[in-house]
Design a binder for this molecule. Structure first.
Ligand code: 6PG
Length: 237
């Protein structure tokens, strides 16, 4: 499991952003297009600041931007992942609306999931095949909105599903990519702070990982293309 650990969020963000941009450059050279799945939560604030620092290096307008999950809220809500990503990355990059594939949380989780699933099927003309998926890590081991014990973890026949009510704030219904939609990506990256997640991060190094235990949702992220890359910031205790 390739794990890079940094004391500072800035160092982690710069290194992760460089990795992402290098991946994007090679993808755009090969395909003249790229699909990137953005994460929610607060860690993306750091990563996005670093990505903006490299903005001149790629034609961000050739990239289609997606979301790993969304809360069933209005796009203007302070709980909206879309709003956070618009404010910290997509807005400053001036990405045109037709390149942003928003999960329409305001429809309610079930309708928003159906809408997003249709959008993905149309975009990929079949099964999802994202180029880059960026994920966060929750203190309970969730990622995207795949929470421990949630039925969403066993959904394997569609790319998008719902998680009924998140056990963590905000306690609202959510829409999430399913494990297959993530594990079929070319490159998966976890970008997370250490604070509050030490027990989960410790599992990255423990031999339980070798036993392929999947006690927590993040441990079910095992891309067909190879292990996810981890960028972790925050000093070890
Ligand atoms: C969400 C995210 C979620 C997030 C983790 C980590 O919608 O909340 O998709 O999976 O990545 O909860 O959040 P922090 O980065 O804020 O710790």
């Amino acid at each position: 499991m390739p794990v890079r650990q940094f004391d500072s969020a800035v160092e982690a963000s710069t290194t992760a952003a460089r990795f992402i941009l290098d991946k994007l450059q090679s993808t755009l050279e090969a395909k003249k297009r790229a699909s990137v799945v953005l994460a929610g939560g607060s860690a993306p604030w750091h990563l996005n600041a670093a990505l903006l620092g490299f903005r001149g290096e790629i034609d961000a307008g050739l990239i289609d931007w997606f979301f790993g999950d969304e809360r069933a809220v209005e796009p203007e809500s302070p709980h909206s992942n879309y709003r956070m990503q618009m404010e910290t990355l997509l807005g400053p990059l001036k990405i045109s609306e037709n390149r942003i594939h928003r999960i329409r949380g305001e429809l309610g989780a079930v309708k928003a999931a159906e809408d997003y699933r249709r959008n993905l099927t149309d975009f990929f003309s079949g099964p999802t095949a994202f180029d880059i998926v960026i994920l966060g890590l929750g203190p309970d081991g969730h990622t995207a909105s795949l929470f421990p014990g949630d039925p969403s973890l066993s959904v394997d026949d569609v790319s998008v599903t719902i998680s009924v009510v998140a056990p963590l704030k905000p306690h609202v219904e959510r829409v999430t990519l399913t494990l297959p939609a993530i594990n079929t990506a070319d490159t998966v990256i976890f970008f997370t702070g250490r604070s509050g997640k030490e027990a989960m991060i410790h599992r990255l190094h423990s031999d339980s990982a070798g036993a392929l235990e999947t006690a927590y949702p993040f441990e079910s992220i095992r891309p067909d293309s190879g292990p996810a890359m981890w960028f972790i910031y925050g000093s070890e205790a």
